[in-house]
Design a protein around this ligand. Sequence first.
Ligand SMILES: [Zn+2]
Ligand SMILES: [Zn+2]
Length: 373
Amino acid sequence: MKKPPLIATRVLILVGMPILAVTLVPYYGFHVGFGIFEWSMGILFGIMTLHSISAGYHRLWSHKAYQAHASIRLFYAIWGACTIQNSILHWASDHRKHHKFVDDQNRDPYAASRGFWFSHMGWMIRDYKSGEVDFSNVKDLVRDPIVMWQHKYYIELVLTMNVGLPLLLGYLFGSALGVFLLAGVLRLVVIHHFTFFINSLAHIWGSQPYSNTNSSRDNLILALFTFGEGYHNYHHSFQGDYRNGIRWWHFDPTKWIIAVFAWIGLTNRLKRAPQLHIEKARLEMQYSLALRKAEHLQEADRWCQHLEERYAQFLVALEEWTTFKQEWYRSKKNELLATIEHAELQQRYIELKQNVKLQRHAWRLLTTQLAST
Ligand SMILES: [Zn+2]
Ligand SMILES: [Zn+2]
C-alpha cells in the first residue's frame, strides 16, 4: 500500500534536529566547551518544557483533571510551545482521540497496535488519515482565551522560546551559541523522545495492574523520565485523575506540583478517581488473571471455586468499608450525634477496616499459592 506523503516541516524538526544534536553539540563541546551556565539553562529548559507538557497540555487541557489560575495556564502555554509538539488545541484533540479510540488503527492517531515506530514518531511525519485535524472534541478549550492565543501565535512562540530566548540568555550571561545548542537543540530532542516514549514504550513495556483491555502499561522507569507519566495503565483506566502515580511514594512530580499549587491557591478542583473504583479495577484484574491460570491446573474446579469465594468476600468487604467511611465522615461533621451512637460507629469503623485487611491478606495468600503451583 502506498504511504501518505511526508510533511516537510515535521521531517525537518524531527529528523534534522537530532542530526544537529549529535553533530554540532559534540563538535562545539569539543572545540569551545560548555560552561555551568549553558548546562544549567539546558536543564532548566528541560524541566520547564517537560512539566508544561505533563501538567499543562496533558492533565490540565486534555483531561481537565484540575483547574488552574490564568498565570499558570499562561506559563504552561508558553513553555508548552517551547516543546514544538504543536499547539495545545492540536495536542489535546489528538490525545482525546487516543484515549477514546485507543489501539484502533484507523482512529487512534498514535495507535501502538501499528508498531513502535509509528506510535513513537511515524504518526507525525506523514499525512495519515488517522491524524486528520478535527477540533470537534476540544470545543471546551476554544473558550479558553489563553489556548486560542497560543494557537494563533504558535510559530512566533516556538521561535521566541527555542531560538530568541536561548540566544539572548547566552549573549547576556554566557555564550549565545552554547546556550542555543544545549537549551534549544539538545534539550528539544531529549524532551521530544522522553514524551514520545509515553505513546510508544508505555504501550509496550511494563505491567497492567488495572486493565488489559488496551495496550497501556505502568512503567516506573518511564515515570522517572517523564515526571510521572509512566503510570500509563492507571492513567488509561482513570484518565480524569490529576495523579498518574496514586501511591504517595509513586514518582509523580507532576501531581506533587499540582498539589503544591493548590495549597497556594493557583490550582483547584483536583479530581481523584474514587478509591473503591481503583481497588475494584485492581482486584478484577488479579481475579481474571488468577482464573486464567487456575483453569489449566489439575484441580481446576476447586481452584476456581476457591478464587470466586475469596474474590466475592473481598469485594463485599471493600464495598462495606467504603460506604461506611463516607457515612463516617458525614457523621463526624454532625456535632449533634449522641455520644453512644458515636462510640458504636467507631467500633464498626474498626471492624470493617480490619475485615478489609483480613480479606486482602487472604486474597494475597491464595494468589501467591496459585502462582507457585
Ligand atoms: Zn496512551
Ligand atoms: Zn492522557
